[in-house]
Ligand binder design. Sequence first.
Ligand code: FDP
Length: 290
Amino acid sequence: MPTGAGDHEAVLDDLFETLAGLAPEIRASLPGRRVKSDETNPSGETRLEADAYADELIEDALREVDGIGTYASEEQAEPIDIGDGELSVACDPLDGSSNIKPNSPMGTIVAVYEGDLPGDGDSLVPAAFVLFGPILTMSVARDGRLYEANVNDGEIDVIDDDVTLPEEPTVYGMGGRVPDWTEGFAAFIDEVEQEYKLRYGGAMVADVNQVLTYGGIFSYPALQSSPNGKLRLQFEGIPMAYITECAGGVSSDGGQSILEVEATGLHQRVPVHLGNEQLIDRVETHLAGD
Ligand code: FDP
């Protein structure tokens, strides 16, 4: 697991205060962007979709954080230079953005890497997500611990300074169409559906937070049509793996911790399994037979 913030404490404090401050602003931008539109506003500008708008807000705000050298986003093809400093931020500005239409939860994921991108688990410093649920929260994994804070008014109000996965799993949620699952994954689900309750909302941040809250497993597995699954290593896989591991859970790409996966491309995909160790062990056993 990554070891910690080291010399970057002040930069990271500034970064998370900035992210907390942006959260209500991003939320406020959502109602007007519920329906996708390429309409132009009275000034002749095209209204940006929610994820592109959140990306712009975050990029602009991070330019003001001293010590962040690079910004990369799921919304942009390449990393961009935003200042001096050896830290790079990889961001999924609006994870689960297809949930905007049915008004279901979404999130923002931020991963901070030391050095150039793509970075792997060893170069990750902290990671965090904002959850746009009924309550606006931010969960930050730093120095091996996970805390959860209310950020409704843009300030960090810590409500749990040591989030820990319950020992007994309760829920499971997984993406991908059933006919597209591999045999091993389908066999794993045949087993867990006898024991646990299916709850899948379609936004990784919310589905993983549910696992952090109730215990269980979230998977977006390798598919027959897409052997690396759907989720992105830099923006989703590594940060959510670190967050889960800081809460006492385990991550896997099907064979190893996601924090051990070699990063070879900025938009590289990775199969994702996150949750209680006993369930990750079981999914890995089934997948070994694929
Ligand atoms: P979305 O496409 O709505 O942005 O990677 C993004 C993601 O959502 C995850 O948040 C979510 O877990 C997954 O994709 C949902 O995919 P499915 O629609 O295939 O379930």
